[in-house]
Write a protein that binds this ligand. Structure first.
Ligand code: NAD
Length: 368
């Protein structure tokens, strides 16, 4: 059997810096766990614009479609702020998501005990937190037609349309239920069925999918505004939260901050299964290209490394190896390893990006 394949798109700013550490981790799994990946690399975002005049070359898009999973760093930066909208770095990312049809965005909010003090909430509310938000990513109000700004009665009117088909809701629901079965078997679906017809349909379809194929998973429903409240009141009541594109955008950022630093947050975007059974998939940290710290060795590589751990779990069915990598990260944090973004008021000397990679590799060695 051939090795699983990965396309690395490191992108701009700190993207290449954090991705360098991920490449060392990938090599470690090849050397020490007999888990070898065929890795190729290409350009995305501003880096692709500089080389090709577009934020994603057609050849790169074709490669992304052909591999088992894409690992992305970050895109963007001040150098590209004045570019035309059609060639902005972010368009490269959006093209990948759209053409790979990555409809399920998975955003875990996991609180490592050693970092519980970083949360804006009390330690006992977030300590041990481990929830997953499944956000529908390719439809809803960000894409619905009609949209635009027009004049009515001599006044400007702004219009966006929330639109979901049954099929779009069904596949997002299936992604959430499948995921729950690999976790604590609980899904809470969030919408605004009290005031939106699309919310009524969302709830109906989620119930239908549940009754037909996932009756073993515990399902509850919540209005999204109450969901936001519950997330900051008692987040540990949730396992998997399923929600639409708009509410998911907001709820996942809210959940993210429960856990502290942007430098710690991974994500996965999954599509339909390919011929080999693996889902179309792209893994990327939640953070951007961090121009304020680029080139200084200050970036925290953990969000990007945790994104690779998600790839191990969701693309390659290597849950035990994903656990090993996450445990290594938990251990170095418990031992006090900190990049600058994780420094508390007590101060100390932060580790560089590479030094954080070093200690994680040491912890991986110690796990053998
Ligand atoms: P950002 O996430 O790049 O940075 C926000 C703050 O968090 C900065 O102070 C930064 O130094 C810090 N930070 C982020 N990641 C870090 C890490 N790994 N380690 C340590 N500190 C970290 O967001 P921004 O400043 O709003 O945007 C900068 C650029 O990134 C913009 O061009 C924006 O469009 C782009 N962006 C890209 C993505 C993406 O590629 N998915 C996401 C968000 C923003």
């Amino acid at each position: 059997m051939s090795n699983p394949s990965l396309l690395i798109l490191a992108g701009d700013g700190i993207g290449p810096e954090v991705m360098d550490e991920v490449k060392r981790i990938i090599s470690w799994f090849g050397d020490k766990r007999d888990l070898t990946f065929d890795v190729s690399e290409d350009l995305v975002g501003g880096a692709a614009y500089d080389a090709h005049g577009v934020p994603l070359h057609d050849d790169t898009m074709a490669k992304a479609q052909a591999v088992d999973a894409v690992l992305l760093g970050a895109v963007g930066g001040p150098k590209y702020d004045d570019l035309d909208f059609s060639v902005k770095p972010e368009r490269g990312l959006l093209r990948l998501r759209k053409e790979m049809d990555l409809f399920a965005n998975l955003r875990p909010a996991q609180c490592f005990d050693a970092l519980a003090d970083f949360s804006s909430l009390k330690k006992d509310i977030v300590s041990g937190l481990d929830i997953m938000i499944v956000r529908e990513l390719t439809s809803g109000v960000y894409f619905g037609e009609p949209r635009g700004i027009h004049i009515e009665d001599n006044m400007r009117v702004g219009v966006n349309t929330q639109r979901y088909t049954e099929a779009e809701i069904e596949r997002a629901a299936r992604a959430a239920f499948d995921l729950a079965r690999k976790r604590n078997n609980k899904v809470c679906s969030m919408e605004k069925a009290n005031v939106m017809e699309s919310g009524i349909l969302w709830r109906d379809v989620v119930n239908e999918v549940h009754q037909a194929d996932y009756a073993d998973v515990a399902l509850s429903h919540m209005y999204a505004d109450n969901g936001a409240m519950q997330l900051v009141r008692a987040p540990k009541q949730f396992d998997v939260i399923l929600t639409d594109n708009l509410f998911g955008d907001i709820l996942s950022d809210c959940a993210a901050m429960l856990t502290g630093s942007l430098g710690m947050l991974p994500s996965a975007s999954l599509g339909l299964p390919m011929a080999n059974g693996r889902p179309k998939a792209m893994y990327e940290p939640v953070h951007g290209s961090a121009p304020d710290i680029t080139g200084q060795g200050k970036a925290n590589p953990i969000a990007c490394i945790l994104s690779f751990a998600m790839a191990l779990r969701y693309s390659f069915d290597e849950g035990a190896e994903a656990d090993r990598l996450e445990a290594a990260i938990e251990k170095v944090l418990a031992d006090g390893a900190r990049t600058g973004d994780l420094m508390g008021p007590e101060g100390g000397t932060p580790l560089s990006t590479t030094q954080m990679g070093d200690v994680i590799l040491e912890a991986l060695d110690a796990s053998l």
